[in-house]
Design a protein around this ligand. Structure first.
Ligand SMILES: [Zn+2]
Length: 331
């Protein structure tokens, strides 16, 4: 059984994250600020005026998530929806995570969350069964048995104002970032972001800033290009970014920060010059989009006089749990 890694920011990362240029101005919350623990909130809790706060339902939270990550932004191949759960059930606490995997479902159960909101869908290509004989079906059974609804916001959250791409741009410190591939209906939202650093910097130094701004996991951050080159315009896209290499080049990016880059696309791309490449992990580059959503949900609940505790999971759900240096001198 794969060991679980509970990720925590180090002091170095905390200092770098808090001081990254543009992070505050862009509205991205400091990820080092501990989020309140999930669970523990009881329905009908008293609000500040002493009156009984109205309970939210699963349907209410779905509507709040769809306000933050509008369904019209979804890619045509994607799934962004309530996966299991009763829209009429009450919700006092939600857990947010990148992946709907067993460790995250276990955390939702242990923390007493009423709802799990993940970035990735459980069944992107659909299914014809939810038998507990397979891992995904087993999760559905566990969620339903424990009264936990499961909702996902995938490409809708990628593209949205304040979503994954916007949070990644803020983490890097980009100013006036705009979508790399604007949505046809609303060009102020869309896939990826491109913007300028506060001042030109060496690729080597930008990579250090980005490494400090992302949560840690075994693979870390890979850098491709001339480390001493001066760069200023940066494109970002959380998750797998192969398909956006050319868009980043056409947009004039000096650097493209994404994840999951494969050898041939990356190598052939760099042979033709900029943008240089920063390749984080899929999980890390998307995780940064969860805290802004959690804050937005809590604010939306408070605006209706209701109480909602939104907690971001810190379980690292990268498939990779260890990285070893290679070569004859490696340990
Ligand atoms: Zn993803």
């Amino acid at each position: 059984m794969k060991a679980l890694i509970l990720w925590q920011f180090s002091d170095v990362e905390r200092a770098a994250g808090a001081g990254s240029p543009g992070a505050g101005a862009s509205g991205m919350p400091d990820p080092a600020v501990p989020l309140p623990p999930g669970g523990g909130a009881s329905l009908g809790a008293m609000n500040q005026s002493g009156a009984k706060a109205p309970a939210l339902t699963v349907a209410d939270v779905v509507a709040m998530v769809e306000a933050a990550a509008p369904p019209h932004l979804a890619a045509p191949w994607d799934s962004n929806r309530l996966i299991c759960g009763d829209p009429d059930e009450a919700v006092a606490s939600v857990l947010l995570a990148v992946d709907p995997v067993a460790s995250v479902v276990q955390e939702a159960i242990e923390t007493g969350a009423d709802m799990l909101i993940t970035h990735h869908p459980l069944y992107l290509r659909g299914t014809d069964h939810v038998s507990a004989a397979d891992p995904k079906g087993r999760l559905v059974h566990r969620l339903i048995r424990n009264g936990i609804a499961l909702l996902n916001a995938h490409t809708t959250l990628d593209a949205a104002h304040g979503g994954v791409a916007a949070a990644l741009a803020a983490a890097v410190g980009l100013r006036a970032a705009v979508p790399l591939e604007p949505d046809s209906q609303d060009p102020t939202q869309g896939i990826g972001r491109i913007g300028a650093l506060e001042r030109p910097t060496r690729l080597r130094d930008l990579a250090a800033v980005v490494a400090a701004a992302l949560p840690d996991s075994a693979p870390g951050l890979l850098v491709g290009g001339d480390l001493e080159a001066t760069v200023e315009t940066v494109a970002v896209s959380g998750g797998a970014g192969d398909s956006l290499l050319e868009a980043a080049r056409q947009a004039g990016a000096d650097v493209f920060l994404t994840a999951d880059l494969r050898h041939h696309p990356a190598s052939e791309h760099l042979e033709a010059g900029r943008p240089y490449l920063l390749c984080g992990t899929h999980w890390a580059t998307e995780w940064v989009g969860l805290a802004p959503l959690a804050q937005r949900l809590e604010r939306a609940a408070a605006a209706r006089g209701a109480r909602l505790e939104a907690t971001v999971s810190r379980i690292v759900t990268d498939p990779w749990v260890m990285r070893l240096p290679t070569g004859p001198d490696s340990p």
